[in-house]
Design a protein around this ligand. Structure first.
Ligand SMILES: [Zn+2]
Ligand SMILES: [Zn+2]
Length: 347
């Protein structure tokens, strides 16, 4: 210590620069993590394309990150150098009213590691030790990046409270849709109905426990969902596709008393939306934001116990020095990949 860390910095939309950054020895309650793998997702694509107006450049992206502890501050006891870790990227202030009530994911001063705070597209990152969660030694660090996404999915499903025997529809079978499908099946939901227009994603959904895999667009799936639920409608609909049109049909798919998770975030206005179906069927719309620190350990456990299958989510791997190439490839085929991984161990 100190180290120099090669870092992929976004200096303007669609423009990367590889720079060297000095990393000082960790503060007493911090660790320095030698990054192994960073998965990039739609949030990163939005940052890359300039969709976030108030960003301060340069931005160092990367919030789905695993690595190995390189150094620890003197107060750190839960990890030691050499330990594999995954980073909880939801940075909270610790002193606002919501943090004080243990609602860190809703922190009034929240930032995302990899957007407001420099993230993991680098060789080394300093971070408060509480954000570094130990991983089992046998877990592959590239596949392990998906645990961050799993924690956000678990957070949403904990809020939905899915019970055995309930019918669950998952609209969209990208990374989050597939994880929702798996987790719903694991909760004993039956049937779990997966909807996608992409055959290989539906095949993956079936492998991950979907009882029915519908190759149809969501707006045309209502009659099939009704048929598969004995004309009752579903107890739970989870929308991982987002968009105004999907919200209306998702509500139509629900049985009276049903719960809707509008999991995917969309800026589209819902022009045709009326509150009448909410009244008539007494529907609950249950929002969820990111993940809570307490979602991390159980998500790691779900994977280490083999209850959640994380194979097949990495569609391609690029070395850190080829970050720009990775993002160009991702932007050109956003629906054709699940996650691209940037490997910081390979320059
Ligand atoms: Zn992400
Ligand atoms: Zn706070």
């Amino acid at each position: 210590m100190p180290f120099t860390s090669k870092t992929a910095a976004l200096t303007a939309p669609r423009t990367f620069s590889l720079i060297g950054r000095a990393i000082p020895a960790p503060a007493p309650d911090h660790v320095v993590v030698r990054i192994a793998a960073t998965a990039v997702c739609h949030t990163d694509l939005g940052i890359y394309e300039g969709a976030y107006a108030n960003l301060k450049y340069p931005v160092v992206m990367g919030h789905e990150s695993t690595g190995v502890v390189e150094a620890i501050g003197e107060q750190v006891t839960h990890v030691k150098p050499g330990d594999p870790v995954i980073i909880n990227p939801i940075i909270s202030c610790g002193h606002c009213d919501l943090c004080q009530r243990q609602m860190q994911n809703l922190c009034r001063n929240a930032g995302l590691f990899g957007r407001e705070v420099d993230g993991s597209l680098a060789e080394l990152v300093p971070i408060a030790a509480k954000y570094a969660h130990p991983l089992p030694l046998e877990l592959a660090l590239d596949d392990g990046t998906i645990i961050e996404t799993l924690a956000t999915v678990k957070h949403a499903q904990d809020r939905l409270g899915i019970k055995p025997g309930e019918s669950v529809v998952v609209i969209g079978q990208g990374t989050t849709g597939l994880l929702h499908t798996q987790l719903a099946a694991l909760s004993g939901a039956n049937p779990v109905i997966a909807i996608s227009r992409t055959r290989w994603k539906l095949d993956m959904a079936s492998r991950m426990g979907a009882h029915h895999a519908l190759d149809i667009s969501a707006d045309k799936a209502l009659s099939e969902v009704m048929r598969l639920t004995d004309q009752q409608g579903a107890d739970v609909v989870i929308d991982t596709a987002g968009g105004a049109a999907t919200l209306a049909v998702a509500i139509d798919m629900l049985k009276p008393g049903g719960r809707l998770s509008p999991y995917a975030v969309s800026h589209e206005c819902c022009a045709s939306f009326t509150t009448f179906p909410l009244y008539f069927k007494e529907i609950s719309i249950i929002g969820s934001r990111a993940l809570h620190p307490t979602d991390m350990a159980p998500s790691i456990e779900l994977v280490s116990q083999g209850k959640i299958d994380i194979r097949g989510f990495v569609s391609g791997t690029y070395p850190l020095s080829k970050t720009a190439e990775a993002f160009r490839a991702y932007e050109g085929n956003a629906n054709g990949v699940l996650r691209l991984v940037i490997d910081s161990r390979e320059g």
